[in-house]
Design a protein around this ligand. Sequence first.
Ligand code: BES
Ligand code: MN
Ligand code: ZN
Length: 481
Amino acid sequence: MNIRLHDGPLAGLESDALVWPLANGPSLGQAADGQIAALRESGEVRGKPGELTLLHEPNGLQSRRLMLMGVGESLDAAQVFRMTGQAMRAAQKRRFKRLAIALSDGEFARIAAEGCVYGSYEQPKYKRDDSSVPLEEILIVAPGADASAFDAGRIVGESVNLTRRLVDIPANDLGPVEFADMAESMGKAAGLEVEVLDEAALEALGAGSLLSVAKGSARPPRLVRLGWNPSDAADDSHLFLVGKGVTFDTGGLSLKPAKSMEKMKYDMAGAATMLGAVTAIARLGIKQRVSCLLGLVENMPSGSATRPGDIVQAMNGKTIEVINTDAEGRMVLADALTYAVRLGATHLVDAATLTGAVSVALGSVNIGLLGNDDSLSAHLTATGKTIGEHFWSLPMNDDYLEPMKGDLSDLRNAGSDRSAGTITAAKFLEQFVDGTPWAHLDIAGTANLDNGAPNAPKGASGIAVRTLVRAVETWPSGGAG
Ligand code: BES
Ligand code: MN
Ligand code: ZN
């Protein structure tokens, strides 16, 4: 797929379809403008977000079709992202070869590139009769656009798709070792330093919490560290991006019912998100020191599995009674967060499909945001808002830690009921950050699109990658903490 910026008059542009957001200011020429105005007056075209109208042989244009895209009252970054991705998918479905997208100015070139690449996502191939054909050429016409911003958009779009592909690959083809191998090759290709810790290395580090989850599986765990350490970093901050990578979550001996287990290949979405973000950060050459830790395990029941009631010791020395082996994500993150602190993190952000409760609270609209640092949380929320990724903060009163305090042990990994499940999980994680400014993203409700979207098929959403990259690009000097 060849996607590039193009300059020149729209009327003379030859393409299979010219994409025209209905809030565009400038003119397409008198003839086409008249045709569009007539459709709007008749009420057939309303211009609502997501509305797509295809006109064949439009008046006064060299393009064979005009694809009118509803975007509401005015065009913003979130609309450009959705609209370009939707146009890509519509064009692909109709087997168009050349697509042109008209934007009124250069401001949106980067987000349009992100949206086009996002819309061109190819799912892992398991269908034998897959006959989809990618577009050959996409021209973005955005007068005054900055070529480097456009290239950045392509890189970020590709990184989001890397995240999505990993999430969509079924667990039989992606266990902890396979994930670690992919992270190593993708990380190296992006220019990152990569270190893969195996089971023996994790034992030597005392990662008893993470290891307790892996015990039931025939597949050994891995902890991957990826490092981006530019010599000209803008400040002394060292952000660690930490991801939950449970490549499949059966619940362990606290086995999930079949319906709840169906989609659990996506329980590594947090790790895939952080890998996508850190590869983008490296490829963009952002002048901030950033590391990434991926905790990779498979949660299975077996004769060697951890039992409810077992007490294990985490890397930071705290003992944890495993009340419920299905509360495994926090066990993995506990040691990954401790390790990040030990390696000198000044700021921590973790992403995890951690609780079903976050979907009850926020559905698939908002990422659950919890943490110990208001300015870091505010920075993430504000950054997401500029591109239409939504974060909603939940409270972190210390009272929520009560159910996580142990009888025999320092901590227990689950409360005795379901109340405030997302918050109690985050309070548990907080016991492992040692006061470091930290934000936790619970993406269990948002990482997978159960019904697909106009710009994406069913499956991984890739949410939060674009926000995290931008949050690092706009990192407040002196640190978000
Ligand atoms: N991976 C799940 C959370 C999840 C649920 C993700 C649904 C996506 C969709 C997590 O490991 C889990 O099982 N959490 C339990 C915690 C409970 C046992 C304290 C939950 O949310 O029920
Ligand atoms: Mn679980
Ligand atoms: Zn899980």
